[in-house]
Design a protein around this ligand. Structure first.
Ligand SMILES: [Ca+2]
Length: 199
C-alpha cells in the first residue's frame, strides 16, 4: 500500500511538472509548438553582405523551408523591412517557408507582412501567395521596377484568418520560377480581441 501510494504521488507530481513546463515553453523548441516567433527572419544569422540558400526540409529559426529553395538575406546585402535580414522566396527556384504555432479555435488572427522583391533580375513583377493551413489565402505581387537593393520599396500587406485548429501553419510561397523572387520580412501575427471563441 505504501509503495502504491508513493507511486501515485510521484505520478501526480510528474504530471504537474509536465503541465508546468509545457505552459512555460515560450522559447523556440524543435519539438514543441508555441507562439508565433521571429517573423523578421533575424535568426540564424546569415553572412553579412551575402545570403544563405536553404532548401526544402531546412529551417530558418522557427520557420521551415517547405518546398524548393529560398535565400536568407544577410545584413547589408539589401535593405530589410525590419531588423537586418529578410527572405527571398526564390533561392535557385520557387520556394516556400512556413511556421506552425498555437492558435485558439474560433479566434480571428491578423497577419501583416512586409513585401518587396529581388530587384536584381527579372521578371519585373514577382508573385507569390500566403497559405494558412496549406490553403491559399492571398495571392500577392510586387513590381520591382525602379527598386534597388538600397531602396527595396517595401509595402505592408495584411491577411486575416479564423483558426479552426489548435495549431495553425502560416506559409509564404513564391509562384514564379527562377532565382529572383518576392521578398518578405516583418511578419506579425496578432489575435483579435475580444475573442468570440466557442467554449
Ligand atoms: Ca528582418
Amino acid at each position: 500500500m505504501l509503495v502504491a501510494r508513493s507511486l501515485g504521488v510521484v505520478a501526480v507530481a510528474a504530471g504537474l511538472l509536465v503541465g508546468g513546463s509545457g505552459a512555460a515553453l515560450a522559447a523556440p523548441s524543435a519539438a514543441a509548438v508555441s507562439r508565433f516567433d521571429d517573423g523578421s527572419f533575424e535568426y540564424p544569422t546569415a553572412p553579412a553582405n551575402s545570403f544563405t540558400t536553404l532548401v526544402s526540409g531546412q529551417s530558418i529559426g522557427p520557420w521551415k523551408v517547405t518546398s524548393g529553395s529560398v535565400d536568407l538575406i544577410g545584413t547589408g546585402f539589401w535593405q530589410a523591412a525590419e531588423g537586418d535580414q529578410s527572405v527571398d522566396l526564390n533561392g535557385g527556384q520557387a520556394g516556400a517557408v512556413a511556421q506552425t504555432f498555437s492558435t485558439i479555435v474560433g479566434r480571428t488572427y491578423t497577419v501583416t507582412y512586409a513585401l518587396a522583391a529581388n530587384p536584381e533580375g527579372g521578371p519585373a513583377v514577382k508573385t507569390g501567395r500566403v497559405l494558412v493551413g496549406g490553403q491559399n489565402f492571398q495571392d500577392f505581387s510586387f513590381d520591382s521596377t525602379g527598386k534597388t537593393r538600397a531602396a527595396m520599396g517595401y509595402v505592408q500587406r495584411q491577411v486575416t484568418f479564423v483558426a479552426n485548429t489548435p495549431t495553425t501553419t502560416l506559409g509564404f510561397a513564391s509562384t514564379l520560377p527562377g532565382a529572383y523572387g518576392p521578398v518578405i520580412d516583418d511578419v506579425r501575427v496578432t489575435a483579435s480581441s475580444p475573442c468570440s471563441c466557442t467554449p
